[in-house]
Design a protein around this ligand. Sequence first.
Ligand SMILES: NC(=O)c1ccc[n+]([C@@H]2O[C@H](COP(=O)([O-])OP(=O)(O)OC[C@H]3O[C@@H](n4cnc5c(N)ncnc54)[C@H](O)[C@@H]3O)[C@@H](O)[C@H]2O)c1
Ligand SMILES: [Zn+2]
Ligand SMILES: [Zn+2]
Length: 369
Amino acid sequence: MRAAAAVFEKLHTPLTVTEVDVDSPGPGEVLVRVVAAGVCHTDALAMEGDMPFPSPGVLGHEGAGVVAAVGPGVTSVSAGDKVVIGWPWCGSCRNCLEGQPRYCLSLGPLVIAGSRADGSTALRRLDGSPLHSHFFGQSSFAGYSVCAANALVPVPADTDVSILGPLACGIGTGAGAVLNALRPFTGSSIVIYGAGAVGLSAVMAARLTGATSIIAVDRLPSRLALARSLGATETIDVSVAGTDPVAAVHEICGGPADFAMDCAGAVAVLQQAASSVGMRGTVALIGGAPAGASFSLDHMSTLWGKRVVGILGGEGRSASLIGALIALNKQGRFPYDKLITSFPLDQVNDALEASRAGDVIKPVLRMPE
Ligand SMILES: NC(=O)c1ccc[n+]([C@@H]2O[C@H](COP(=O)([O-])OP(=O)(O)OC[C@H]3O[C@@H](n4cnc5c(N)ncnc54)[C@H](O)[C@@H]3O)[C@@H](O)[C@H]2O)c1
Ligand SMILES: [Zn+2]
Ligand SMILES: [Zn+2]
């Protein structure tokens, strides 16, 4: 199968849109015609080497589309089904069996090995030379994706598939961190550092809970205005000279907050988030960071009952989370579509730049028909 794809040729270099050859699906695999794929900050991390993915290859991990063909043994989906491509999982390790496939013990190789488990790749240049595939099990910056059947989340036939891909990563991560992992209790306070796609999804999810203070922190006033319209009860603009977000949080909450999330992806912000919560408070690591980054926390204030948790992909099963978010969106209770701006695939580098510059919150690439 021939398809257009955005090829990651080497580090620190724009992607190149070209034609590639895509394998037919093997046993347990499905060929998905990708309708659209979201651009997540994590794709940019891979392009800069902060998430190691071998080049040349194809990135993209928020794909959604229509099943084009199924491989031998696949019965869970059939040609014509609309699907979101979720994160890959082995299905047999301890964490998968316990209903936490985001923490699959094989997650590392499944997302960044650049191939199937047997080392083969699903993509080739037209001259036959291999291109790394299976970024997050999908490499969906392409017109077609070969992925494992168990990663697919079928969706109702009347759903607009072109906006669904980001539910698998960025949007699902922010929402799931709140709804599956932190579960803010009635009357609690939650601070969300970073009002990008992940943070704004957390804001929308927090509004679905009994949390009474939902505080968004960012350096872009336009994003804070959007955060307010989506459910933030207070905002803190760190671009205003002299603003100390931790002091501002304490002032708003009358003391430390109950929950704080780093959705900005900077160690300095994570430390502010950690200082925003106190005894029995929880700080969540969600944002990425440069390769090899570490952080330190004050010992005594952490010892006194503070919880520090990392959260991947919004936890839980993709099918449950994505299904719930689609239903909430249809009900008007999770309007994540307001965060999306579409770009044709051949403008992928503009989409990445618009996201980096803060002009667009969630770019989604539409594949050529
Ligand atoms: N844990 C996971 O499973 C997971 C999944 C998806 C994305 N991520 C990561 O989450 C992070 C957020 O992703 P995104 O797509 O929302 O990115 P984004 O770039 O859209 O949003 C980041 C936001 O942080 C803001 N920001 C930057 N510096 C700040 C500061 N000092 N104080 C407050 N806000 C600041 C930016 O203005 C921006 O609005 C990224 O690092 C991404 O790699 C993690
Ligand atoms: Zn597993
Ligand atoms: Zn992502």
